[in-house]
Design a protein around this ligand. Structure first.
Ligand code: HEC
Length: 143
């Protein structure tokens, strides 16, 4: 946001300080500056996504999810890939499940559901929406 205001400011400055420069030249210069600002904004956005995945990965280990969920194979809970597959197929929302707002769809065996439910009631309920978004973004990034 700030960057685009800056870009507009630059445009204004260039337009008012035209002097004896040809209009075409000024236009080109402005366009180059705007492109540079755009690139910077894009790089920042990419960094933000990477930071979020890093946080999600960290939480996945710290909050013990990794103990029961391996990327490729079933340990106690289904593998991350299996969870991703079912959630993608059913276009379901993992954050909602973690908030206890939607039922289990990956493994519906009552014993298994109870194990995961104990986590939801035990500590997942204390996690923030941002933390849950980061953790599920990390899970979905496991391919
Ligand atoms: C003690 C083992 C254990 C831990 C720790 C654990 N899970 Fe699970 N999880 C399970 C089991 C078992 C299932 C299968 C039952 C089910 O699908 O609800 C499951 C299922 C899931 C599912 C699929 C739910 C569905 O729709 O069926 C998600 C998503 C999930 N876990 C995420 C997490 C996250 C995120 C954490 C860490 C905050 C975590 N789990 C911690 C055992 C665990």
């Amino acid at each position: 946001m700030k960057k685009s205001v800056l870009a507009l400011g630059l445009v204004a400055v260039f337009l008012t300080s035209c002097g004896d420069k040809k209009k075409e030249e000024v236009k080109k210069e402005v366009e180059t500056k705007v492109e540079a600002v755009k690139e910077e904004v894009k790089a920042e956005a990419t960094d933000a996504v990477a930071d979020n995945l890093e946080l999600g990965k960290k939480l996945f280990t710290e909050k013990t999810c990794a103990t029961c969920h391996n990327p490729d194979m079933k340990v106690i809970g289904p593998s991350i890939k299996e969870i991703n597959k079912v959630y993608a197929e059913q276009n379901a929302n993992m954050v909602k499940f973690l908030k206890g707002e939607s039922p289990a769809i990956v493994d519906t065996d009552p014993g298994q559901v109870a194990i995961m439910k104990a986590n939801l009631d035990g500590f997942v309920k204390d996690m923030t929406g941002d933390e849950l978004a980061a953790i599920t973004a990390y899970m979905r990034s496991v391919k």
